[in-house]
Design a protein around this ligand. Structure first.
Ligand code: CA
Length: 264
C-alpha cells in the first residue's frame, strides 16, 4: 500500500522574503493506516519558508482533523508573517509564537463548536536555515529524527506519560512502546494551561537525513527498524513510501505521516 500523496505546498502563506530553497530532497506522505476510519494527521511542507511540520490531532467527531488542520494553518500563517530574519534565535522566537498562536486558534475553534470541545493536536515543526542549522519546535509525541553517518538520533522528547516513566527509570523504551498508556499525552496544543513549545537546535551536514513522523510510524516500529529504512541510499520519495508500507505491514494501527528531508 502506498501512502496517499500530498501536495507539497498548501494554499496559504504570503510573499516570500526568504533565501531560495536549499537543495534538499523531500517527500511527504500521510496515510490513514489500516484500522482508523479517518486520517487525523496533517502534514505541512513549505519549502518557500523552509518549514516542515507534522500534526496529529485527537478529539471526538471531526475534532482531531480540525485540530491538526487548524494547527498547521496557523503555524504556516503565523510563521510566514514573521520578519524573514533567518537567525536561529529569531526563528526560534517566531516558531514559539506560531505554536502559541496555534494553541489559541484551537481553543477558539473548540469554543465555537461544542462538538470540538476538548480537541487537541501534537505539533512538531522543523525550519531549515541557510547556515546549516535546523530549529525544531515541538509539543506532543510526534517526532523529529536525524540520521547521520548511519546512526539515528531522536531530536525531540515525547510529551507522554510513558516517556516520563522512561526518564524516571520505571520503563524501558521497548516497554513504553508496547504499554497500554503509550499514547497518553502530557502536553498538546489546545490546552488552557499551555506551556511554551520545546525548541531544539540541530545542525545539518551534507547527506544528513531528517525525519518528522506521527506516532502511527514510531509506535509501530522501533528506532532500528526506522533507521534501517532511512539509511538506504535511496531518494526521499522511496524512503517515505517504504516507511509507510512498513508501518502498515506491522498492522497500521494508527494514521501514519512521514516527512523525509535529505540534505543535498
Ligand atoms: Ca496518532
Amino acid at each position: 500500500m502506498r501512502g496517499e500523496r500530498v501536495a507539497g505546498v498548501l494554499p496559504f502563506g504570503r510573499t516570500v522574503r526568504y533565501p531560495p530553497p536549499m537543495e534538499w530532497d523531500m517527500a511527504v506522505r500521510t496515510d490513514r493506516g489500516l484500522r482508523r476510519a479517518r486520517n487525523e494527521d496533517t502534514p505541512l511542507a513549505r519549502p518557500d519558508l523552509q518549514l516542515f511540520a507534522v500534526a496529529d490531532g485527537m478529539g471526538g467527531h471531526a475534532g482531531g482533523d480540525r485540530a491538526s488542520q487548524t494547527a498547521i494553518a496557523t503555524l504556516a500563517a503565523s510563521f510566514g508573517a514573521g520578519s524573514g530574519d533567518c537567525g536561529s534565535r529569531e526563528v526560534a522566537t517566531r516558531l514559539r509564537a506560531a505554536f502559541a498562536a496555534a494553541n489559541q486558534a484551537i481553543l477558539v475553534a473548540a469554543e465555537e463548536d461544542p462538538a470540538n470541545h476538548g480537541m487537541g493536536t501534537t505539533l512538531t515543526a522543523l525550519c531549515a536555515l541557510p547556515d546549516d542549522t535546523t530549529v525544531i519546535g515541538h509539543v506532543g509525541d510526534s517526532r523529529a529524527y536525524r540520521l547521520r553517518d548511519g546512526a539515528l538520533e531522536q531530536l525531540t522528547t515525547d510529551h507522554t506519560w510513558v516517556q516520563q516513566q522512561v526518564d524516571e527509570g520505571q520503563l524501558t523504551e521497548a516497554q513504553a512502546r508496547d504499554h497500554p498508556y503509550s499514547s497518553m499525552l502530557t502536553r498538546v496544543l489546545g490546552q488552557e494551561d499551555y506551556e511554551a513549545a520545546d525548541i531544539v537546535m540541530a545542525d545539518a551536514r551534507p547527506r544528513d537525513r531528517f525525519l518528522l513522523c506521527s506516532d502511527g510510524l514510531s509506535g509501530m516500529m522501533d528506532d532500528e527498524a526506522i533507521r534501517s529504512i532511512l539509511a538506504q541510499p535511496l531518494p526521499a520519495a522511496d524512503v517515505a513510501d517504504q516507511l509507510v508500507d512498513a508501518a502498515n505491514e506491522r498492522g497500521g494501527f494508527d494514521n501514519i505521516t512521514v516527512i523525509v528531508l535529505v540534505d543535498g
